[in-house]
Structures are given as structure tokens and as C-alpha cells.
Design a protein around this ligand. Structure first.
Ligand SMILES: NC(=O)c1ccc[n+]([C@@H]2O[C@H](COP(=O)([O-])OP(=O)(O)OC[C@H]3O[C@@H](n4cnc5c(N)ncnc54)[C@H](OP(=O)(O)O)[C@@H]3O)[C@@H](O)[C@H]2O)c1
Length: 200
């Protein structure tokens, strides 16, 4: 099984990739500044070039995408476009451009997060983008052919990022790494389609 992981060197991505490699899956890592192939997910041409380079795949896993965090009163229109261009349209374009490269029964897994349902302060942009992706995944699943699937993984604050972000998430419990990995494994190897796989 050939799996492309965009963001495979990131905090969550490297855990998922290590697990997949330990299970002997063929994994290709894509990232903005490192990886087997580089890609800027805010740029459709870069995404198209990445798929051209890696060829057909059984699974595309996106564990990447950014949004600007700040008090709502500080966020400009341009600041909102950071999340729209990166996490939202970056992942929409991974589907739009990547689906033809998926083998039959192949899947795409996107990453969203807890903020869609349980936002904290400074996350109007990030929460909005996550919620939009949840609706997108449900609608896209209705149109996929050849047994292809699409899902979103929505996790709480992961234990590897807990120290960095805990001040933003008072009272939240860090999500243990085995549960982080398993949410992605469920999306990649399960039969789920059009689902938001939540763990928080
Ligand atoms: N951390 C958490 O607790 C948590 C919880 C729920 C959801 N999430 C979501 O999960 C995703 C990954 O989170 P993370 O904590 O693992 O982030 P991270 O450590 O910052 O890693 C992000 C990865 O994505 C890549 N990336 C970023 N922008 C890119 C772009 N424009 N084009 C291509 N690659 C790009 C980065 O590559 P470079 O390093 O080369 O830039 C990096 O490998 C994010 O969307 C985040 O919102 C995170």
C-alpha cells in the first residue's frame, strides 16, 4: 500500500509516519521544507507537480495546514485568508487534484481539529476553517466513485504539542499518541467514508 503523507515530518505527521513504516507500508513524505517531495499546499500548481512526481497512490493523508490565531478584533480580512488558502483550500485542492491519482478503493484523509466543535479564544479563523472542512468531507463523499473514500480526522490537543499550546486550552486533556495514531489508521485502513473521525 503506497501512502503519501503531506506534513509527514510535523508533530503529528512524524508519529503517524513512524507507525506506518513500522507496519511496512510504503510511505512518501511531503512537506513545505523537507520530505521525499516538497509541496506548498497553498499553491495548486505545486500540488499538481507533487502528484505528478509521486504517481498513483492508495492513500493520501494530509496532516498539514495553517490558520492565523489572534483575537477576533485583531484579525484582518487578509489574516482570515491565511487559513482559507492553507488549511481549507490547501486540503480541498489536495482532493480536487489528488482524487484522479487514487487507485480504486483508495482514500484521502484530511486534518481538522477540536476547534470546529469546541473552540477556544483566538480561534475564530481556525474554527471556521475546520467546520467548513467537515461539511466539505460529507458532501464530497457523496460523489466519489470506484470505492474511493474521504474522511477528516479531528483531534484534541495532542500530547506532543501540549506544552506549547496548553495555555490556550485551559482544562483540556492532552491526547495520548497511540490514540492520535489510531484516528489516522481508522481513516486510512477502515471503511469509513464522509466521516469526521473525532477524538477529544
Ligand atoms: N498539534 C495539535 O495538537 C493538533 C490538534 C488537532 C489538529 N491539529 C491539526 O493537525 C495539523 C498538523 O498539526 P501539527 O501540530 O502536526 O503541525 P506542525 O508540527 O506544524 O506540522 C505541520 C506540517 O505541515 C507542513 N506544512 C505546513 N504548511 C504547509 C504548506 N503550505 N505546504 C506543505 N506543507 C506544509 C509542515 O512542513 P514544514 O515544517 O516544512 O513547514 C509540517 O511538516 C494542523 O492542521 C493542525 O491544525 C493539530
Amino acid at each position: 500500500m503506497k501512502i503519501l503523507v503531506i506534513g509527514g515530518n510535523g508533530t503529528i505527521g512524524n508519529r503517524v509516519v513512524s507507525h506506518l513504516k513500522s507496519e511496512n507500508y510504503e510511505v512518501i513524505i511531503a512537506g513545505r521544507s523537507s520530505g521525499d517531495v516538497t509541496v506548498d499546499m497553498t499553491d495548486s500548481n505545486s500540488i499538481a507537480a507533487m502528484f505528478d512526481t509521486v504517481g498513483n497512490l492508495d492513500s493520501v493523508v494530509s496532516i498539514a495546514g495553517e490558520a492565523k490565531w489572534d483575537d477576533f478584533e485583531n484579525l484582518s480580512e487578509e489574516d482570515f485568508y491565511v487559513g482559507i488558502k492553507s488549511k481549507l483550500m490547501g486540503q480541498v485542492n489536495l482532493c480536487r487534484i489528488g482524487i484522479p491519482y487514487l487507485n480504486p478503493e483508495g482514500s484521502i484523509t484530511l486534518s481538522t481539529g477540536i476547534l470546529a466543535d469546541d473552540p477556544v479564544a483566538k480561534t475564530t479563523s481556525a474554527a471556521m476553517v475546520n467546520g467548513a472542512l467537515h461539511s466539505f468531507v460529507k458532501a464530497l463523499a457523496l460523489e466519489l466513485k470506484d470505492g474511493k473514500r474521504v474522511n477528516a480526522v479531528a483531534l484534541g490537543l495532542v500530547e506532543d504539542a501540549y506544552e506549547k499550546y496548553k495555555a490556550f486550552f485551559p482544562g483540556h486533556n492532552p491526547l495520548p499518541t497511540p490514540r492520535v495514531i489510531n484516528a489516522y489508521i481508522k481513516a486510512i485502513l477502515g471503511k469509513n467514508n464522509g466521516e469526521v473521525i473525532r477524538d477529544y
